[in-house]
Design a protein around this ligand. Structure first.
Ligand code: C2O
Ligand code: CU
Length: 502
């Protein structure tokens, strides 16, 4: 047994609320991705509606449209997805959760690049919901942002999502209503590459989540607690305003009853890491293995060998690993807070059933950070526009003093002016984090290139006081959310819209 999971076992419906971690409560024995580790000031170039949209609903769904020259495959992939309540077993502990198809995480859909994806969603929740296809360059009307791109799906209602999945890679989908992401409302969308060169023997999906659903406090109550904390404690620029969770899970299981992947020594595995958490960034390592990062947010990058990967909310990494001989732990250690999520990889029967409970050296070894990732010279499907013609837009990320109110250029979403773009324009976004919090900034409907490094992302982690410059071509008209993927930050204002018509 491992004792790594410092969280006590709880029964479903137990009253232990999600605690907010206070100033100075950051556990110094834990890794913390702080300012010192940032390439601050490196020539990097960018980063929505979780809140109540004040915007006019977008145009009605149009014919499926692909923003890139990717040919359509001609194939159609059909799914039915039910948003609803279910008793979910995290491994000996069962909670009543809001989830998809009665499971946590939700289903993994595998489709081919260029396929027409049709997902019929039924809402059996007591509240409105929507589904957002995170990272997929969908037509705007399929983007799932309530009050912006569609009317929310009312309880008992249905909505048919229909879009071409233009780009191969690892994506996910989740509710875009309020704080529902901090329920278990997320699933995975893998878009297979017909020209895949990976030659991996295994393809594993690993979804990391911070878990509060059903444990006693609702996400809305947690937000209220954060608001009270921000008012009563003298928090400095957002430091310490993080939530500690009762549980962290990999593929819906606690580290006390981990999921186990099987392989043979010497085989290659492709591991698709997805951070579906609401408020937690992790260091992920596989004990005794070097990992090669091959893709970020679906897009190929310069293959890079690392000992661990820092993955923030909404980010995805594809990792390749050559299997050693034995029993290994895949650990996801929350950045700056106690707890751990774990899965096992077993390649030999003789390795026994026990594993140590230490934190391995890999967690402090060579680390992959998204804003330092090196890209490839060029990648299919993606266009960063014209460097000479690029229009600069600055984005400052901050928090209001004495309030749990997160701001983009001094404005919370409720009062924010949308940023107006023109179709075909090249946009160069410089994002600057003026806070002591981590902000994984996510742009809907587009991927962007980090200038100077050439890597592509739809979600980019900005560390404390960090900055990055990113660039993209405005080639997918609509009203696009741009927000922090810490769902509490987004709900508390850290979101805006980038709008342009075709
Ligand atoms: Cu993954 Cu606007 O969200
Ligand atoms: Cu944030």
């Amino acid at each position: 047994m491992t004792h790594l999971d410092s969280n006590r076992e709880r029964r479903g419906g137990a009253e232990t609320p999600l605690r907010s971690s206070g100033i100075g409560k950051r556990d110094d024995r834990r890794p913390w991705f702080g300012r010192r580790q940032l390439l601050s000031g490196a020539g990097l170039g960018v980063a929505g509606a979780f809140g109540l949209g004040g915007c006019a609903p977008a145009s009605s769904p149009e014919a499926p449209f692909s923003p890139s020259p990717t040919p359509t495959s001609g194939a159609t992939a059909r799914f039915e997805l039910r948003a609803g309540l279910a008793a979910v077993d995290l491994g000996g502990v069962t909670y009543d959760a809001w989830c998809y198809d009665g499971q946590a995480p939700g289903p993994t859909y595998r489709v081919g690049a260029g396929d027409l994806v049709k997902v019929a969603v039924t809402n059996t929740l007591p509240e409105d919901t929507t589904v957002h296809w995170h990272g997929v360059r969908v037509p705007n009307a399929m983007d799932g942002v309530p009050g912006v791109t569609q009317d929310p799906i009312a309880p008992g209602g249905t909505f048919d999502y229909s879009f071409i999945a233009p780009d191969p890679g690892t994506y996910f989908f989740h509710s875009h209503v309020g704080l529902q992401l901090d329920r278990a409302m997320a699933g995975v969308l893998v878009v297979e590459d017909p020209n895949d060169q990976t030659q991996a023997d295994h393809d594993w999906v690993v979804v990391i989540d911070d878990w509060v659903d059903g444990t006693g406090a609702t996400p809305a109550e947690e937000l209220e607690a954060l608001e009270r904390r921000a008012e009563t404690e003298r928090t400095m620029m957002g430091s310490g305003l993080d939530l500690e969770y009762p549980h962290y899970v990999i593929n819906g299981k606690l580290s006390t009853d981990p999921v186990s992947f099987g392989a043979k020594p010497g085989e290659r595995a492709r591991i698709r890491l997805v951070n579906a958490s609401a408020d937690t960034t992790y260091r992920v390592a596989l004990t005794d293995h070097v990992m090669t990062a091959t893709h970020k947010d679906g897009v190929p990058c310069q293959p890079t060998e690392v000992d661990c990967v820092l993955i923030s909310m909404g980010e995805r990494y594809d990792i390749e690993v050559t299997m050693g001989d034995g029993l290994f732990r895949m650990l996801a250690v929350p950045e700056g807070k106690p707890g751990v999520a774990m899965a096992l990889v077993r390649t030999s029967r003789s390795a026994g059933e026990a594993w140590p409970d230490d934190l391995p050296a890999e967690l402090n070894g060579r680390i992959m950070i998204s804003s330092q990732l090196q890209g490839l010279e060029s990648v299919d499907n993606y266009d960063a526009g014209d460097d000479e013609q690029a229009r600069d837009i600055d984005v400052a990320l901050s928090v209001r003093n004495g309030a749990y109110s997160w701001l983009i250029n001094g404005q919370a979403f409720a009062e924010a002016d949308p940023v107006l773009l023109a179709e075909g324009e090249t946009i160069r976004l410089t994002m600057t984090n003026r806070s002591h919090s981590l902000h994984p900034m996510h742009l809907h409907g587009h991927s962007f290139r980090v200038n100077g490094l050439g890597s592509w992302h739809d979600t980019l982690l900005l560390g404390e006081m960090g900055s990055a410059t990113v660039q993209f071509k405005a080639n997918n008209p609509g009203q696009w959310a741009f927000h922090c993927h810490n769902i509490y930050h987004a709900e508390a204002g850290m979101m805006t819209l980038l709008n342009y018509s075709g």
